[in-house]
Design a protein around this ligand. Structure first.
Ligand code: FES
Length: 650
């Protein structure tokens, strides 16, 4: 087959690829990392590179202007190599962190009923074994089991082949004085079952020396790891990092599509494992712990993330009738997937409910305790999938709605993630000002603005609505052209300018157009429609909800007042809203610590009734009603009516 040479600017060695190779594949071969936020579907335009010599066959140039194409720009995921080329890769979007790594930010304290002697499955036991003699030909494993039985009464214990291979040398290393770590399932009466050996240490280690576990939340965007002392229950360190899969797709659908490509599944598994292993190194260093001493991990993530973490094909999740390969994954050991802790440590992926209601939600319900309270509660995870749970200790119903990534800054021209340079809050002066349409804003980090993140978009849209810059339908009011330079007919239709080029980092203006607003409306309408349909399906008026529990990291940054004003959240007294932060890792932590919580999360998963909204006709009607600002039923939003009267200029 004919081969071609591809030279990437700044990369010493050219690569040779067969004709027909995609440019993105050649980039990977050359070690050039080009982000693929849409998973290589040719939708996002963010993998654009410039061909400076030669040509490629373009399957699609969506999102590229004719001028871009004339200058040689091409989508790396859509360009087929059919000759020698030289390529320049523009600087990729650098992901800067606004993530919590501070110890003081840990939100969950050790449960008051935590009793390690009753509920903790991990224990450390020092043993003095009788050395073998010519007249005692007992094999090593029987010798160890006998010593363990004499000390603890444990009759039956399992060992892996891997550990068995190392055992003989370890027993002899310190003259038959050892410490073993065992793991077991704890029954409700406190008894142990399924005991297994996790580690044999050639030393007599004090039994109260720390032994660690990990609570891991694998989010589509962010991965969070807590290092937990399993004896005291204390969280010793925590760290978060963007999920290394992001450059291969920003949402779960893009990831699933990427995983279906040749080698895609392995790449995504390796990327998330790399992220977790980096976080493990960070938390271990911070707590002066050895990764080898981490002997257990509990993982919560949405169903797609759990599948990709375990290397299980996820393609059926996005195809009707949307079925997972597994909702309750089996226990595995760290060594089988390459997690950088004790290879015998159990990895317990918590159970999910359905394709779009995963373990992050069951863990969230566990953490917010809505399954224990008599109060009618609504749990919301405001994100791409907009998962919702309604209920109390008596019953739980759940659904997920595809809100899209608009609140994560995607699908909005000047949208961006909540990183340095993102406008996170916005205000428009309003009726009592000399310049009523002038905005002010707050930017993350001490820098000029680069774009607008989710919380900024919510507040901007709310302020535009209150001041009359957009109407109830979310359309920019073109009658304002001439009264303010902020409203104008732009390249992408009517737009409102938030920041002039002189204020921004790139020198380009930051604006929002009708197209952007439409994407935001779709996201907020999907979430609002999701919980209203859920309430209707069980015949409960929304006003009866006594508490609205908002999980997810994004939830922490939402301004309730603004979210109500655009009709994302229901108009209720503010004291009913509770922002809980990352409930997924909190739930994973509880399940890690105590088998009673682990059993409860299983009960929660089996107790939840899942409602598939795509099969529900009422969802479409509710969605269309919620496509207005704040809603077609304005009577449900009395506080918004008052705010409009107060601030509207027209
Ligand atoms: S257009 Fe190529 S990755 Fe999105």
């Amino acid at each position: 087959m004919t081969e071609h040479t591809v030279i990437f600017d700044g990369v010493k060695k050219p690569v040779r690829v067969p004709t027909g190779t995609l440019l993105i594949e050649a980039a990977h071969l050359a070690g050039v990392d080009i982000g693929q936020p849409c998973g290589g579907q040719g939708r996002c335009g963010r993998c654009a590179v410039q061909i400076t010599q030669g040509t490629v066959r373009r399957r699609s140039s969506l999102r590229l202007s004719p001028e871009d194409v004339a200058q040689g720009f091409a989508l790396a995921c859509q360009s087929v190599i059919e000759g020698d080329i030289t390529v320049t890769v523009p600087p990729q979007e650098k992901i800067e962190r606004r993530l919590t790594t501070d110890r003081t930010a840990i939100e969950v304290s050790v449960p008051t009923d935590y009793d390690p002697s009753f509920s903790q499955s991990i224990r450390r036991i020092s043993l003095l074994l009788n050395p073998p003699r010519m007249d005692d030909q007992t094999d090593d494993w029987s010798r160890l089991r006998t010593a363990l039985r004499q000390k603890t009464g444990v009759e039956d214990i399992q060992i892996s082949l891997n550990l068995l291979k190392k055992m003989g040398a370890v027993l002899r290393e310190n003259n038959w004085q050892i410490t073993v770590i065992t793991d077991a399932r704890i029954e409700l009466d406190g008894s142990r079952s399924d005991e297994r050996l996790v580690a044999i240490i050639p030393d007599l280690v004090p039994e109260d020396d720390p032994v660690y576990g990990l609570a891991i939340d694998i989010g589509t965007t962010t991965v969070t790891v807590w290092l937990v002392d399993l004896i005291t229950g204390k969280v010793e360190a925590q760290a978060s990092e963007y999920n290394g899969q992001i450059s291969r797709g920003e949402d779960v659908i893009s990831r699933i599509i990427f995983s279906s490509k040749n080698g895609g599944q392995e790449e995504l598994q390796n990327r998330v494992l790399d992220t977790i292993n980096q976080l493990i190194a960070q938390v271990s260093k911070r707590a002066h712990a050895k990764p080898q001493d981490i002997v257990k991990a509990t993982v919560a993530g949405n169903s797609t993330m759990t599948h990709l973490f375990l290397g299980i094909p996820a393609s059926s999740i996005r195809l009707s009738p949307f079925i997972t390969a597994v909702n309750q994954p089996p226990l595995i050991t760290a060594g089988t997937i390459g997690l950088g802790i004790n290879p015998e440590a159990t990895i317990d992926c918590l159970p999910g409910v359905a394709s779009y209601v995963g373990a992050d939600i069951t863990a969230g319900v566990l953490a917010c305790r809505m399954d224990e309270t008599e109060k009618l509660s609504l749990f919301l995870d405001v994100g791409t999938n907009g998962e919702t749970v309604l209920g109390s200790r008596e019953w739980l119903v759940t659904c997920a709605c595809s809100a899209g990534p608009a609140f994560e800054g995607a699908g909005v021209l000047n949208g961006m993630r909540a990183t340095k340079g993102a406008i996170e809050e916005c205000w428009i002066a309003g009726a009592n000002s000399e310049h009523p349409y002038e905005p002010t804003y707050r930017v993350i980090g001490k820098s000029k603005p680069r774009g607008i993140c989710g919380s900024g978009l919510i507040s901007l849209l709310a302020e535009m609505f209150l001041t009359g810059v957009v109407d109830k339908g979310g359309m920019i009011n073109l009658s304002l052209v001439g009264s303010t330079p902020r409203v104008r007919e732009g390249e992408h239709g009517p737009e409102y300018v938030v920041a002039w080029g002189s204020e921004t980092e790139s020198g380009q203006e930051i604006s929002i157009s009708n197209v952007d607003i439409d994407n935001l409306k779709r996201a907020k309408a999907a979430i609002y429609a999701g919980f209203t349909v859920l309430a209707q399906s069980v015949g409960v008026p929304l006003e009866m909800v006594e508490q609205i529990l908002i999980g997810g990291s994004f939830g922490k940054y939402i301004n309730v007042e603004k979210a109500v004003q655009i009709g994302l959240l229901p108009d209720m007294p503010w004291d009913r809203f509770k922002f809980l932060g990352n409930t997924s890792v909190q739930g994973a932590y509880l399940a890690l610590l105590d088998w009673r919580y682990r059993d409860r999360v299983k009960d929660i998963a089996s107790q939840m009734t899942y409602i598939e909204l795509s099969a529900d006709n009422t969802f479409f009607d509710a969605f269309m009603s919620a496509m207005f600002l704040p809603h077609t039923d304005i009577n449900s939003f009395p506080s918004v009516t008052a705010a409009v009267e107060n601030k509207s200029v027209t």
